[in-house]
Design a protein around this ligand. Sequence first.
Ligand code: FCB
Length: 440
Amino acid sequence: MRHKRSDFPQDFLFGTATSSYQIEGHGQGGAGRTIWDDYADTPGNVVRAENGQRACDHYNRYEADLDLVRDAGFDCYRFSLSWARIMPEGRGTPNAEGLDFYDRLTDAMLDRGLKPAATLYHWELPSPLQDMGGWRNRDIAEWFADYTRVIMDRIGDRMWSVAPINEPWCVAWLSHFMGLQAPGVRDIRATARAMHHVLLAHGRSIETMRDMGLNNLGAVVNMEWATAADGSPESVAAATRYDAYYNRWFLSGLFKGAYPEAALEGLEPHLPKGWQDDFATIGAKLDWCGLNYYTRKLIAHDDTPWPSLKEVDGPLPKTLMGWEIYPQGLQDFLERTAREYTGDLPLYVTENGMASPDVLTDGTVRDEARIAYINDHLDAVQRAHASGVPVKGYFVWSLLDNYEWSLGYEKRFGLVHVDFDTLARTPKTSYHALKHALTA
Ligand code: FCB
């Protein structure tokens, strides 16, 4: 690594991130069925129809996994809680085994001196809630508030930070407009409702946790820098629309109590009645904001219904996901977010990382490309910090190779290699490099 801990401010935090369905092994411990199980069981959705029933078996191996987090010198561990593990039906009687698991997991983090950074929802909606409309149904805000109370009653006293929902764009747009994640819907009316209800649920969850006296509450949004693929006014407008429904919608809702015009132009006719009255809840005060950043997109006009755009293949080097490597976008987002939305509020990079081939040979996994990726993005964080942005931490996605959603176990994002036959963990070169940077 080009960087070391002492290049950053003393209170700057380093962490690594995972999520429940991607690592735990959902077939164990009495977890209920989720929309990801349903999505994966539908032919054509997921590579080799793989699901998270076994994943990394973190449910049984969490102690050793947390040893890896501690030994690398990380300060924080960003993890998520599975709604369906805690409430198998989504509502009603909690699963005692699930609550016990997260209780043990919390104490295991604290025993290792790690700050627990919890996310309440990282995409595995209990299937019975999907039967009632899932994110289309306004009632999801109350279901989510009830779930928030159940799990925070048990572990809230020991959390360092809590964010209700990971990446609302993926929950709403990717899953209801593009159909590329569960529940795999392609419908603009469902999308508009999900775009709004995901923020309403976030707000109700924050209100619930404030009532319980919890602190250090935030939101985690994902961002993709949108660049017009050509100089035509049509493509510039298309990139503006992409930026509006991808990046600005959620920040605007959370911090300005409004939605951007360039997104409303297509979504407003499909929003639920009275949406304008929900911003007091959506805008419930936050203590920090997290940005997940991976890539940019080149956007061109397309002669299709709104949003009338298409993604164009870009010229930059790409990760195994086919995502262009564009660290400048991270600096630009940190600066724009602080300038236009969050002001002095602490910002965190809550996810950043790459998929690479990462072949295990002779007990070693060399992933120099990942080290370079992290170096270049840490440069961007430093430039943003130098320009005055209150960026307070950086989390690598991910600790382990894991279930990469519709790409199954094919795309490896881990600092630690996982053999999905034996479940053996092997720290990669990037893990050792980060460990050196953080602890030497
Ligand atoms: C993010 C997700 C995370 C993982 C990475 C690669 O959008 O939050 O679960 O899939 O992308």
